[in-house]
Design a binder for this molecule. Structure first.
Ligand SMILES: [Zn+2]
Length: 348
């Protein structure tokens, strides 16, 4: 198809209109949060509106149905698959009732090592330890991968009560071009540093940070992952499928093969043990093109997984690779924005 496209120079828009048959949406959380620097959460009201719109204008199908359709070489027109990454408890309490109300299936990709943990996901920990405290020490020194790093937070009053603290904290997110205080820059820097690290090194830095910030390692109730029973409850009823998302949410491409194997195979097996049935799908943590590699895909295939999702936006075409399924990231959009994004994605 690419060849024909090149020869007759079909405009991209037209080419996509002729070939787009489906879309996988990527959500993380359904909750109302005070702060959301990674823009991971959609409010329950907005999520309800998204679902209503999808059920009226599109054809929501499950990831398993999509897999069957890809095998058959024909995706039903206007197919939309809903997925969630990470395994937050709000997926059960806030998302599932709304999905049930509309009879819309979804797949939740669960970070198995976080199930039942009293810790937050590491990016949430960074927010809690670096952005939420009223005061932080002026200096931070860390050794990361043998290299010494220093941050000077002197004058970091932007985050302190009475100094624009509330406004900055509630309105700031990582897509913004500027940082209202040095702790926001620190948050960005450490997010970048921690992402490729092996689990043990990441944990050791988080421990150091908790001590430095004078904060507990125990996470916020609002940010907790699913418990064991909640995971089983989420899986019950057949509308929601559970997929694997590694044990420790590591950047797979940066890990040696034996660690990749452990992260993929053991996360799948431990979920299967909890749920009492097979787990067939997977999503790559972070999911960007640089976050997994050819070896990752090989291991995923060998583990008996049939569909694996990435996190870069493009629509589904008939011959999509089931081990590199594209997904479109959904933000906390109201219905006007959501519907116009849907139309753009389907090029309507
Ligand atoms: Zn994730």
């Amino acid at each position: 198809m690419m060849g024909i496209r090149k020869i007759i120079q079909l405009p991209d828009r037209l080419w996509r209109r002729l070939h787009t048959q489906g879309l996988i949406l990527l959500y993380h959380r359904v909750a109302t949060l005070d702060t959301d620097p990674q823009l991971l959460s959609v409010t329950p009201d907005h999520f309800a509106e998204h679902l209503e719109y999808l059920s009226e204008h599109y054809n929501p199908i499950s990831l398993s149905e999509l897999f069957q359709a890809l095998k058959a070489g024909k995706i039903p027109d206007k197919s939309v698959v809903i997925t969630f990454d990470d395994g937050y408890a709000d997926n059960l309490w806030n998302a599932k009732p709304l999905l049930e109300k509309h009879g819309i299936p979804a797949t939740v990709f669960v970070t198995s090592g976080s199930v039942g943990s009293d810790r937050e996901f590491w990016w949430d920990d960074l927010e809690r330890l670096l952005l939420l405290p009223d005061e932080l020490p002026d200096q931070l020194e860390l050794t990361i991968k043998g290299e010494k790093w220093n941050w000077d937070l002197t004058g970091g009053t932007a985050n302190r009560p009475g100094q624009g603290y509330e406004t900055n904290l509630k309105s700031w997110d990582v897509t913004m071009a500027s940082d209202p205080g040095p702790q926001y820059t620190l948050y960005r820097d450490l997010h970048r540093h921690l992402k490729p690290l092996p689990y043990e090194q990441r944990e050791s830095i988080l421990s150091t940070l908790a001590q430095w910030a004078g904060a507990s390692k125990i996470g916020r109730e609002t940010h907790r992952p699913l418990t064991l029973n909640e995971l089983r409850e989420l899986d019950r009823g057949g509308l929601i499928e559970i997929g694997a998302h590694t044990i420790t949410h590591t950047m797979l491409s940066m890990q040696p093969v034996h660690v990749q194997k452990e992260e993929i195979i053991q996360s799948k097996e431990s979920l299967e043990e909890i749920l009492g049935h097979k787990v067939k799908s997977f999503s790559y943590p972070f999911g960007g093109r640089a976050d997994f590699n050819r070896k990752t895909i090989e291991i995923v295939k060998e583990a008996g997984i049939t569909t694996a999702c990435a996190n870069y936006g493009s629509t589904l075409i008939r011959n999509a690779d089931p081990y590199r399924l594209p997904r479109a990231l959904v933000r906390d959009w109201d219905i006007e924005v959501f519907s116009s994004r849907m139309k753009e994605w389907f090029d309507e």
